[in-house]
Design a protein around this ligand. Structure first.
Ligand code: MRU
Length: 348
């Protein structure tokens, strides 16, 4: 089952807010609702929101009443702007939209219907490619993992965060397919609990050994030598190898480094933004403080009435804390400025 697909003239998603308790697959017939679904994290994970935006733009093409090509292009520009603004950090969103807009602008497509069909075909191609390259990336990363290893993982980077198979968790799935036995320590990932809800669900479905840990327990296990390697994904990788990923990744990388535990980022080349020199330039999404304040204990809110909160959704891990970055085109090591550029240019 894919996280996102084209179904009966609309964009079908898995509503990830309801997992693991309920599996629902709403179909969206309005591109503005697709943008809202990205913002509200019905769908989340960098490659998954890229593919969703691509299908959303194809949907916008079919929604447009335009009868000539230029009018359709104007409608598509407006739809792309809305979809692009749905979440700021994952570069896959604008990467996917730029790719589709290039197709839409092709002079070879003479009629509006030709553009509409070409957009849907491109979105489908992008989604199919995502699955294929994730498998390749997973097997590239699997070479770094030994039988019996314990892996520390943050957030959710599995099939749900992509069209299928996953990035960092895809490495775990590839390792499992190879018959190596591994154990995964799963960070809960406050405040939206992608680890506790989604990663735990995916690992359980595949019968892979795991234990949930509170985010603030990670240092304990790293210090005691109980972790062989850390695997995380990325929402955007700057040209120098700095990585924006789910909030809490940075402290994990620092403590892994302090304890000489290898720290790997697993991300497709579509997540690499060579236009940004360093991580400090990556836009960081600030989400509703209510996501932090909504924590309940014994049926009551934990925070006192009137408490204020801050809720950055991502942090930036400086490249010096990364052992390597695993991509679909190979495993790149420092100095990332050269190695990343060559692996990205190779992909394009
Ligand atoms: O806020 P989310 O759940 O969209 O954040 C997801 C992550 O941070 C993932 O680690 C990242 O998108 C890479 S997953 C393929």
């Amino acid at each position: 089952m894919r996280t996102v697909d084209w179904h009966e003239g609309g964009v079908r998603l898995i509503d990830q807010r309801l997992l693991p308790n309920r599996l629902e697959r709403p179909v969206f017939h309005d591109y503005a609702a697709v943008a809202q679904a990205i913002t509200e994290m019905v769908v989340r994970g960098a490659p998954a929101i890229g593919a969703t935006a691509a299908f959303g733009l194809a949907l916008a093409g079919f929604q447009s009443q335009a009868t000539d090509r230029l009018a359709l292009l104007r409608d598509l520009e407006a739809a792309a702007a809305l979809l692009r603004s749905a979440r700021p950090t994952a570069v896959n969103l604008s990467w996917a939209l730029n790719r589709l807009m290039r197709v839409a602008a092709s002079e070879a497509l003479e009629t509006p219907d030709g553009v509409r069909q070409a957009l849907l075909a491109e979105a489908q191609r992008l989604a199919d490619e995502d699955v294929a390259l994730n498998r390749r990336m997973g097997y590239n990363g699997a070479a770094l993992v030994k039988d019996g290893d314990t892996i520390l993982h943050h957030c959710n980077t599995g099939a749900l965060a992509t069209v299928d198979f996953g990035t960092a968790l895809g490495v775990v799935f590839a390792v499992h397919e190879q018959g190596k036995r591994v154990h995964v320590l799963v960070d809960e990932t406050r405040p939206r609990l992608q680890g506790a809800r989604l990663t735990a669900w995916e690992l359980a479905q595949k019968g892979i050994s795991y234990e949930l840990i509170a985010d603030n327990a990670a240092g304990f296990f790293l210090q005691r030598g109980e972790v062989d390697l850390c695997l995380v994904g990325a929402d955007r990788v700057a040209a120098n190898g700095d990585v924006a990923n789910k909030i809490g990744t940075y402290p994990l990388a620092v403590v892994a480094h302090e304890n000489s535990v290898p720290f790997y980022c697993v991300a497709p080349t579509s997540t690499v933004d060579l236009a940004l020199a360093e991580g400090a330039l990556i836009p960081i999404e600030q989400r509703d403080p209510g996501e932090v304040l909504g924590l309940q204990f014994a049926g009551e809110n934990v925070a006192p009435a009137g408490a204020r909160a801050r809720n950055p959704a991502f942090d930036v891990t400086p490249h010096r804390y990364l052992t390597a970055i695993v991509t679909e085109n190979g495993v790149v090591r420092p100095p990332f400025l050269e190695s990343l550029a060559s692996v990205v240019r190779g992909a394009r």
